[in-house]
Design a protein around this ligand. Structure first.
Ligand code: SAM
Length: 276
């Protein structure tokens, strides 16, 4: 477990994931009964952009730094931009929120949030950050196992799966976890983040997901450059499983702005699997 999100917090992939997450949460909390969010790979919840990791990588500067300075980003970024501005008290951007901070802030008192993080140091920071929130539980444990075990059998559930892809079996475990959660609760939705390196790996994952999970699948690809070097992260994808909740428009807008404004000769594509 060498992965440290502090190097990548606030990069283009975080912007796509977090802008989409906030749009989805806004729709799911606008009405309806209590929502349970399970975050399988939560991280520490808050990142220091003035710290050595962020400075060394430069990824936040090329991501959230440019978003916050942009004159007309898609309006679908507004909730994320507002969250970043609030976190930094409207001043210079030195801190960036992780999914736990954003989720905990978006939920209603009747909703609940389970955040799983395997690294003890990251989990300790996360637990400390969210300790005042009564509807939030954090666990230092494997998020795939926890999601399958703790998903409530009834009620609305959103599963966020955002692994570091350090392990060869992450793709397989995503499919088996979404399948297990959907077997337990037919209403459950899942939002999965994946890197885009080469299309062979990604298409293979989509085929396995389609075979393993009986639910509608909506895919958004954000390509930051042509996928010619499979050793590089050339972009990212979000895969929404279950009811798409009116998310095709926001996904297209967020992905297209990111690829166009922050990428080089890339592009965006949103499509259903299998195509209708
Ligand atoms: N979701 C976070 C966000 O949007 O702010 C970022 C998560 S980061 C990409 C992945 C995190 O998963 C890391 O903090 C890593 O320590 C943790 N991790 C790795 N394997 C895990 C596992 N099997 N279960 C839970 N957490 C894991």
């Amino acid at each position: 477990m060498n992965y440290r999100h502090a190097f990548h917090a606030g990069n283009f992939a975080d912007l796509v994931k977090h802008a989409t997450l906030l749009q989805l949460l806004a729709r799911l909390t606008a009405s309806g009964g209590p929502l349970t969010v399970i975050d399988t790979h939560a991280g520490r919840g808050l990142y220091d952009l003035a710290g050595p990791e962020a400075i060394r990588s430069g990824e936040a500067q090329a991501g959230v730094g440019r978003l916050m300075a942009a004159t007309n980003p898609s309006t679908d970024f507004q909730p994320l931009m507002a969250a970043v501005a609030t976190l930094n008290s409207g001043r210079e951007i030195r801190r960036y929120p992780g999914s736990p901070w954003l989720i905990a802030g978006a939920l209603r008192p009747t909703d609940s949030y389970l955040a799983c993080e395997l690294r003890p140091d990251e989990h300790a920071a996360l637990r400390d950050l969210l300790k005042a929130k009564t509807n939030v539980r954090t666990v230092c444990a494997d998020g795939y196992d926890e999601a399958a075990r703790r998903c409530p059998p009834q009620g609305r559930v959103l599963l966020l799966i955002d692994p570091p892809f350090e392990q060869a079996d992450d793709y397989r475990r995503i499919v088996s976890t979404v399948a297990a959660v959907r077997r337990r609760n037919r209403q459950a939705q899942a939002l999965v983040w994946l890197p885009l390196k080469d299309l062979e790996t990604f298409d293979g994952f989509l085929r396995d997901l389609e075979e393993g999970v009986d639910a509608p699948i909506l895919v958004a690809e954000t390509r930051m450059r042509p996928l010619s070097d499979p050793m590089k992260m050339n972009g990212c994808a979000l895969v929404l499983v279950g009811d798409e909740a009116g998310m095709a428009g926001p996904l297209q807008a967020v992905s297209a702005w990111t690829a166009g404004a922050l990428g080089e000769d890339g592009g965006a594509r949103v499509y259903a699997v299998p195509s209708p």
